[in-house]
Design a protein around this ligand. Sequence first.
Ligand SMILES: [Fe+2]
Ligand SMILES: [Fe+2]
Length: 198
Amino acid sequence: MTAQPLDDRALRERMLPELPPPMAAHIDRVVALADELARRHHLDVAATRLAAQGHDLLRAVPPADLLARAESRGLAIDPVERAAPVMLHGPLAALELAERFGLEDHAILEAIRWHTPGHPDYTREAWAMFVADKVEPAKVDRTPALAPIRELADRSIEGAALAYLDLRAREAIELGWQIHPQATLARNALLRAGHTAR
Ligand SMILES: [Fe+2]
Ligand SMILES: [Fe+2]
């Protein structure tokens, strides 16, 4: 018998014992929206769902613990991540999903690794997962400013991603927050590719 490739439902079963119920519910909503967006835009639905399922494996781990794990593994830690170690939950999840759950697909692991800031080399499936994470229904309910981005996602995945990065950049400037350098590189790449946040 040959091993079956990991799919999002098998991964969900294996992740559930490690997740607080609200985190599992968030992931379920992200998978559902990622699926919807992937179908609408004719993307690889299985890859988009698998990235969505894995993305927040470590989101509930306390920030100090994330920082300690990243340091002990010799991960490159950006100063912005050191100031806000919650940002390390993506890079560490990519490592652990490969090691503990046998997730091997490079593009899916990269999508998960960079799901907080985005990445200039993201595939369309990675952007679909990214957007689904940012505008899943509970987040739009909490933050009405996200509603137009959710609507835009039906017309353009990359446009919605750009609109989200614009929103967060404006917020960072208004509040005097740092911007993750990878978010700036990702935003620049979307602009260079001719996408618009409208
Ligand atoms: Fe996350
Ligand atoms: Fe998430």
